[in-house]
Design a binder for this molecule. Sequence first.
Ligand code: G3P
Ligand code: CA
Length: 380
Amino acid sequence: MPAFAPRLTPLFGRLALAAIAATLTAAPTLASEAPGQALAAKAGIPWPAVIAHRGASFDAPEETLPAFILARELGADYLELDLQRTQDGVLIALHDDNLQRTTNIDEVFPARAHDPVSSFSLAELKQLDAGSWFNKAYPGRARDRYAGLKILTLEEVMDIAEGGANKPGLYIETKVPEQFPGIEADLKEVLQRRGWLRERPAAAPGQVNVAHMPGRVVLQTFDKSSLRLLHKEMPQVPKVLLLWVGEGSIKPKSAVPFKDSGFKDKASYYAAQEVSSKAEFEAWIDWAKANGAIGTGPSSRLANGGDQSYMDLVKPWMNELTHAKGLIVHPYTVDEAVDFKSISAAGADGFFTNRTAELLKFYQRPARQDIDSLLKSNGY
Ligand code: G3P
Ligand code: CA
């Protein structure tokens, strides 16, 4: 299997292999027999994987309709979402556990502006504007039609995944699961009812076909208890333990908090954080494997910093060790070619990315249409 073979339907894949092989000589330099490739194949997960982090969230408001539609249309393998639950028991896709950053909660429910997501009903959440913040934060990428976008339910994200010619998979994180007892069982109920826990029909030739693969759903969490519960509920579904250095995660070499560290920005502080020892890192990998994970999602330090630049948990020795234990490596959250290249060389088996189109370009399977025309043709 060539290193950069796209996820095509089997017939098209066979017919296209010769043509694809001819282009591979120009591919970015990655190990031709990467150790994670066989492990990903065993789990039924595409390799290397393009995981659209909160959808195509560089170009549209995170975890909203245009973000997920754009990711699907560009050709992402997976739509990534953060799972929470409303006060009336509906599973939704939202990252933060309060509504301050990505909605107009201050205007709609001023007295409850700092309350947790879990205290709002779905009807209340649907009154919020989850798009205008993006236009203010990123005027260069703003679009009039982003104003008034709604928070989505898990089932609405499933509708998007199912609704185009490309059939991406779902990469679902249980977010702050301690706030949502039983959310793992709730997730199983929805996945089962919607047919995502059994084989799904193949996509048409030439389209993304991940929803047809055994790894059509990947479950992810930072939380050990939640990983255990996910494995108990859905032992057959691939699971990934997200890695971090600090409280509740891998023990740091130095426990000096940011406020006392002297660093001016979080990215520089995170960059200086290291695991306390190789044995500590190895213990986390062993624990992940023993509790049902088929991979890890480590943080990455990005060449140009930024608010998603974290600890470097993708050093070559870490990825080698993880592969040697039989687990794949999906680092978060990487958007630029300089990082795709260096972290791939260090052993990544795909990436969480806000910039699906950039990662697809790096993997030499560029989108057929540009972002602007895809957004316009979908009404944005
Ligand atoms: O789920 C992988 C990555 O998304 C973890 O970070 O905070 O963006 O959910 P976060
Ligand atoms: Ca996430």
